[in-house]
Design a protein around this ligand. Structure first.
Ligand SMILES: [Cu+2]
Length: 175
């Protein structure tokens, strides 16, 4: 019989070395796994694919919207800010056209989440016919672009709409 201390002193050195090496490898692989997980979390958090965005549009002193055309994804939000007096937001065309959203009150902020892909057209109630209009493309979907031709406004407003539709199409992103 050998004592415990004798057992450890007589422990074959190559075996101890192998054991230590194995432990080191395990430690390194756990460390690598943690680094990899951190990397995955960072990539997921910064990808923005699943994160809804908010686009802010101002009422300008020139009776226009600060952004006439915007491209957003389904689920994104648009906020209109009453940065100049005498304007609002009234939808005149949506992809479904089943029920148009309630128009906003003059000089009040307005916000909407876009759940339906397609083209949305809105304008400012007092300035619809002078061409204070805006176009929103949701999800790169142009299926209802032809409906713009059915909108009956003044000649000026209709030519503004035509310009916006043409420009929106030219900005079409295939990605
Ligand atoms: Cu206006």
């Amino acid at each position: 019989m050998i004592s415990v201390s004798e057992f450890f002193t007589n422990f074959p050195e190559p075996f101890v070395k192998a054991l230590v090496t194995e432990m080191k490898i395990k430690f390194v692989s756990i460390k690598q796994l943690l680094i990899y997980l951190c990397f995955c979390v960072t990539v997921f958090a910064s990808s923005g694919a699943a994160v809804a965005k908010v686009t802010k549009i101002e009422f300008t002193e020139f009776d226009t919207y600060s952004l006439e055309i915007i491209h957003i994804d389904v689920g994104d939000t648009v906020e209109w800010l009453p940065t100049n007096e005498g304007h609002n937001v009234e939808f005149i065309m949506t992809p479904t056209m089943v029920s148009l959203p309630e128009k906003s009150k003059i000089d009040e902020p307005y916000s909407m989440i876009f759940q339906e892909a397609g083209i949305y057209v809105y304008g400012c109630t007092p300035h619809l016919n002078t061409g204070m209009l805006g176009l929103i493309v949701v999800g790169n979907d142009f299926h209802n672009i032809e409906d713009i031709d059915k909108i009956k406004l003044s000649l000026v407003a209709n030519s503004v709409l035509k310009r916006l539709a043409k420009k929106a199409k030219s900005q079409f992103k295939s990605d």
